[in-house]
Design a protein around this ligand. Structure first.
Ligand code: ZN
Length: 206
């Protein structure tokens, strides 16, 4: 996830460095719409993936990155996210479990961006408190919770593990406009779906 103030995320190699980084997949890539599988082995390969995800997140100036965004269909994400009142959530969560405060669903509507949807932000209403528990790459228990941007980020990254990008949560018209503006290849798919499904479009206009 990107915070609104972080500007356009980079997706190429940073200037003046040859540090290896992972390619961040763009919205429309099938890996982003496919539910991820639980991690079964906490091995060196996983530790190496986590290292590279940290590097990729830092280089892109994001606040969260989920494994499917780098083409790996496993249930883990990294966050480095500031919250209200000097709170901060930083860490990796493998096989996370998410809890949210459903009662506050309408109370927190904030702008959201995603490293897989570069250059775009949109208001998304989400519960205002969230907690994620799981383990780190060594199997140690971890837990992150918070409000504000932390709650938003935890839910945004967890969504990626279920094959959901925040764009998918927008009303159809807002989604169309956003994808059209960014010239996403996913836009043509949406347009095709809409031609096939004119009745749903009609319902949404009501
Ligand atoms: Zn994202």
């Amino acid at each position: 996830m990107t915070a609104p103030e972080t500007g356009l995320p980079e997706t190429g190699l940073p200037e003046g460095t040859s540090r290896p980084r992972l390619l961040v997949r763009r919205y429309g890539d099938p890996v982003l719409s496919t539910p991820a599988q639980p991690v079964e082995a906490l091995d060196d390969e996983l530790a190496d993936l986590v290292d590279k995800m940290w590097e990729t997140l830092a280089a892109a100036d994001g606040v969260g990155l989920a494994a499917p965004q780098v083409g790996v269909g496993l249930r883990l994400f990294v966050i480095d996210c500031p919250g209200p009142d000097d709170t901060h959530a930083k860490g990796v969560v493998v096989n996370p479990v998410l809890e949210v405060d459903e009662r506050s669903r309408d109370l927190d509507s904030g702008e959201e961006g995603c490293l897989s949807v570069p250059g775009a932000w949109h208001e998304v209403a989400r519960p205002g408190w969230a907690r994620v528990t799981g383990v780190d790459e060594h199997g140690e228990p971890v837990s992150f919770e918070g409000t504000g941007l932390i709650a938003r980020c935890l839910q945004h990254e967890y969504d990626h593990l279920d094959g959901i990008v925040y764009v998918d949560r927008l009303p159809r018209r807002a989604r169309k406009r956003l994808l059209e503006e960014m010239g996403s290849p996913a836009w043509s798919d949406l347009a095709r779906d809409e031609r096939r499904d004119g009745s749903r479009d009609e319902q949404e206009r009501v």
